[in-house]
Design a protein around this ligand. Structure first.
Ligand code: SF4
Ligand code: MG
Length: 317
């Protein structure tokens, strides 16, 4: 397959004082095929945003590699780096905080165009109008300010800004989490439509599996800095292998009351441990209903246990 992105043994550790190290992302590996959407899911603090930010080079990597279009992202310089900065863009979680309140919407959208010196004058204006229409807004919106827009509209502005310099790849970090449920589907549909029209590849980050269901081709589940399971979307929903994925899925309501009645909800005991001092062996073991003695000793590696279905758990040999 043609992988646009390969993440290999990626680590992002932070020194947090007192000689302590927070292992936000610890040995994460996955790949994304050109044109697909990869959903990265996990509770807050699991390292999914940090992984996204390290992939796009907002952070240096502590160790490991990020390969984009065959090149090691963290070693790019000069012209190649500029090209990378064009090809990979980010849409942020909070459409309130991520748009500069003192800039007009037109200038916000044109930021990348200006940085890369792509268009000026009437061509630039035309391009901004075109982008506004592409995301379902209109030309008059260019001269307004972010506070005049609703959350859903602001996220559309964020998407237009990301599209302005025609990237190949977009990291969407919880793009719908801050939006009303009624608006979430609209933004997801817009992203899907743009992907179809432009052949975009997405890394779509979310905190629950329900949010990535309708957009992801494949899904990776993170827990406490590590990737615990990766599979094609339908496969993961139908047949979760990791006990953590099972628990996450059991929390999603199923519309069919007959199915819902016979379903067992898995309640996880305890809190997520600190990534500064994670449990030995399997990091999920303190909350895992299926933990065995060996889980405290050995770190389970992410292994392909069925075709294209990867899991990090000692239950699968
Ligand atoms: Fe549970 Fe052990 Fe599997 Fe970890 S390795 S998820 S503790 S069974
Ligand atoms: Mg986050």
């Amino acid at each position: 397959a043609d992988n646009i992105l390969e993440v290999r043994n990626l680590k992002k550790h932070f020194h947090v004082g007192g000689g302590k190290i927070l292992k936000a992302v610890d040995n994460v590996s996955f790949s994304i095929k050109r044109g697909e959407t990869f959903g990265l899911v996990g509770e807050s603090g699991c390292g999914k945003s940090t992984a996204g930010r390290t992939i796009i080079r907002l952070y240096d990597a502590t160790d490991g590699e990020v390969i984009f279009n065959g090149e090691n992202v963290h070693q790019l310089k000069g012209k190649k780096l500029k090209e990378f900065n064009r090809n990979m863009q980010m849409v942020f979680q909070d459409p309130y905080a991520s748009l500069n309140p003192r800039m007009t919407v037109g200038d916000i959208i044109a930021e990348g165009i200006d940085i890369h010196g792509l268009y000026s004058g009437s061509k630039r204006k035309e391009r901004v109008h075109e982008l506004l229409r592409v995301v379902g807004l209109n030309d008059e919106h260019a001269s307004r300010f972010p506070h005049e827009f609703s959350g859903g509209q602001r996220q559309r502005i964020g998407i237009a800004r990301a599209l302005a310099i025609e990237p190949q790849f977009i990291i969407a970090d919880e793009p719908i989490s801050a939006l009303d449920v009624s608006i979430q589907a609209q933004v997801v549909n817009l992203l899907k439509q743009l992907q179809k029209e432009r052949g975009l590849t997405y890394l779509f980050i979310a905190h629950d599996l329900a949010m990535v269901k309708h957009i992801s081709d494949r899904i990776g589940v993170m827990y406490l800095g590590g990737l615990v399971e990766v599979a094609e979307g339908n496969e993961l929903y139908r047949k979760p292998l990791h006990p953590y994925t099972e628990a996450l899925l059991s929390a999603i309501p199923i519309p069919d009351p007959e199915v819902e009645r016979h379903r067992e909800r898995i309640i996880l005991e305890g809190d997520v441990p600190s990534p500064i001092n994670p449990p030995s062996g399997c990091r999920f073991r303190t909350r895992c209903p299926k933990a065995m003695p060996e889980c405290a000793e050995l770190i389970p590696e992410l292994k392909e246990v069925e075709p294209d279905h990867f899991v990090a758990c000692h239950l699968y040999k």
